[in-house]
Design a protein around this ligand. Structure first.
Ligand code: GLY
Length: 324
């Protein structure tokens, strides 16, 4: 076979490198690793317990929407978690405000932002999706809607751990938004049922000691969460401002639509985020995605990001690759 014909054949078989003066060498196309359905992914180690709750919901006959709601409700109640739910760290005025969003693969979505006194903002986001003509309710309006829907209002007081941390922070009141492995934030969950229907959820108390009124990426459809049954789903964690700037989750789904794998799409989103944000050494952000074939991918700016991945058989924590 001539060198040229050999090269063309190798190019068709897989990726090929033609090094001047040397024969073309080929490497096999990496085989796609796909996971069985149903499949649930969640950000960070708190995702392990959330995934358990989501898988249990599916096994009990719940829908994928039920699963991603119930899954993150587990984290919203976790008193050891200082980045999700009413026990999360407060803003700089000492008030805990919550953001959440939920979405299904047919384009239905709902979210709440800057909401107070609600134990399960993810359920309120679902109520916005299912019971209003709107996508997003914020602040006092979201709270009024919650009251009308029968959500109990919780007492506005910091959890003992949050109070201790806040009192310590007040000694210097240094406003330096850093999210890293010690101060990781947000649970984002994406899932696919046995039939290939997708849904996702995202809930957080947001950046610790943020300005009062600050809203992050988590309740913004397309930033913290995006789901499309035609393609796949993505969610984000980390400094919300950096993620909003690149419409992170939507970007990843659109890159997957164009043929990138979940991992390649997450890596490209990180590259884009780095190019659009200054002081990148102080910014952590991570992305997590799946496509409708059941491929999974993640990528972060800095080391330390991990995610939990559950099928009916097992639920494991996986370290994400990172840019730095
Ligand atoms: N990623 C959550 C936030 O920035 O609020």
């Amino acid at each position: 076979m001539s060198q040229r014909r050999k090269f063309i054949k190798q190019s068709l078989m897989g990726s090929a490198f033609l090094i001047p003066g040397l024969e073309a060498v080929s490497r096999p196309i990496p085989s796609k690793e796909t996971f069985s359905k149903p499949l649930i992914l969640s950000t960070w180690n708190h995702g392990l317990s959330a995934n358990e709750a989501a898988i249990h919901t599916l096994k009990s006959g719940g829908s994928i929407l039920d699963a991603v709601e119930v899954g993150v409700k587990d984290t919203e109640l976790d008193m050891d978690n200082l980045s999700v739910g009413l026990q999360g760290l407060p803003d700089r005025e000492g008030i805990t405000t919550l953001d959440a969003s939920i979405m299904t693969g047919d384009g239905s979505c709902g979210s709440v932002a800057f909401v107070r006194q609600i134990k399960h903002p993810i359920s309120l986001a679902r109520a916005v999706m299912e019971k209003t003509p709107h996508v997003m309710l914020a602040g006092e309006g979201a709270r009024q809607f919650a009251i009308a829907e029968g959500f109990p209002l919780e007492k506005e007081e910091l959890s003992p751990k949050a109070a201790e941390a806040y009192n310590e922070w007040k000694k210097t009141s240094q406003y330096k938004p850093i999210i890293n492995i010690e101060n990781h934030d947000t649970i984002g969950m994406i899932g696919m049922d046995a039939e290939g229907n997708l849904a996702g959820s995202c809930t957080t108390s947001g950046l610790a000691y943020k300005m009062h009124g600050r809203v992050g990426d988590s309740p913004i459809i397309g930033a913290g969460l995006y789901v499309d049954n035609e393609v796949g789903a993505a969610t984000a964690t980390g400094l919300g401002e950096s993620i909003i700037r690149i419409c992170g989750a939507f970007l990843i789904v659109e890159l997957m639509r164009q043929g990138r794998s979940p991992r390649e799409a997450c890596q490209e989103a990180v590259r884009r985020l780095i190019s659009k944000n200054k002081n990148i050494k102080d910014i952590q952000a991570g992305f997590l995605a799946m496509n409708k074939e059941g491929e999974v991918g993640a990528f972060a700016v800095h080391p330390g990001f991990n995610y939990a991945q559950a099928t009916l058989q097992k639920n494991v924590l996986i370290d994400s690759k990172s840019h730095f």
